[in-house]
Design a protein around this ligand. Sequence first.
Ligand code: GDP
Length: 320
Amino acid sequence: MEEKKSRISLDNKKIWVVGHNGMVGNSILKKLKKYKSNLLVTEKKDLDLRCQEKVQNWMKRKKPEVIFLAAAKVGGIAANMAFPRDFLYDNVMISFNIINSAKLINVNKLVYLGSSCIYPKNVKQPFVEDSLLKGELESSNQWYSLAKIAGIKLCEAFRIQDNCNFISVMPTNLYGPMDKFDDINGHVPAALLNRFHLAKINDLPKVTVWGSGTPLREFLYVDDLADACIFLAKNYNSSQLINVGSGYEISIKKFANLIKEIVGYKGKIIFDSSKPDGMKRKMLNSEKIKKIGWKPRISLKKGLKLFYKWYLNNQNILRR
Ligand code: GDP
């Protein structure tokens, strides 16, 4: 159900950024600091988002008026294949608890973060929003996709049945500060940045990159996504999900070479074909957000330079 709701102001609001220690939540929180709002955050050790009763009680007490739901169990292709239960159960529970409680306390606006991996593997690319549920999912990340699709559909269901202003945002592959640098379970940007850096400082002759190097990926710097989420929180009120991409795709081989150049590593790159490629291509069509007035500002090269600078300056707090 589409509906017309006026522009929402983020000033003088109680805003809960869920998942503020993660890459996306951290960036959204940083950007929200310029608004005259009361920003709420919760720590994992104090509030288990998978527990319905605890989440509901906390939300009834604190009464956030706007929510950015960026908390999720995330990881790269290997983590998705190794921890199917966590990716499905944790993510469904986190999303469902918060979305349901948001209705109970009459939240003004909820921005739900999904992912480009919700789209079926064999539909036309770049993916348009309408291709959701039009085909089979990529098996390597099906657990995470299913959980995210359930969250999107729940936002839609609450809009239809209860007129809740909940929106779903689908980012393309992200990178940036606070990403996880785990060599096996991280996503490709953080895993490679860390691997090339260690190879450089340890004078290693070669660096291994997974798969064939031929898959294509679209990458977006996380601060651009945070900017888009805030823009959409203020300006977008529809049951239909909305894509946020950079519009620029690159092969993993070229991407690895770009990271090699930025890190200043001089050795060789080896491709390990025993590791999975995952989707051959994963590119979003971001025409819709462009039409309503938002576009990314940070090029891949600039973003990777910022990412490396942050990595070098934050060795003591890197998440693995
Ligand atoms: P995906 O977009 O869900 O497949 O997420 P990833 O970020 O895990 O992987 C993206 C692509 O990068 C896949 O084709 C991987 O095979 C490739 N890749 C190359 N080297 C690495 C690596 O060290 N870690 C990860 N996660 N992927 C890598």
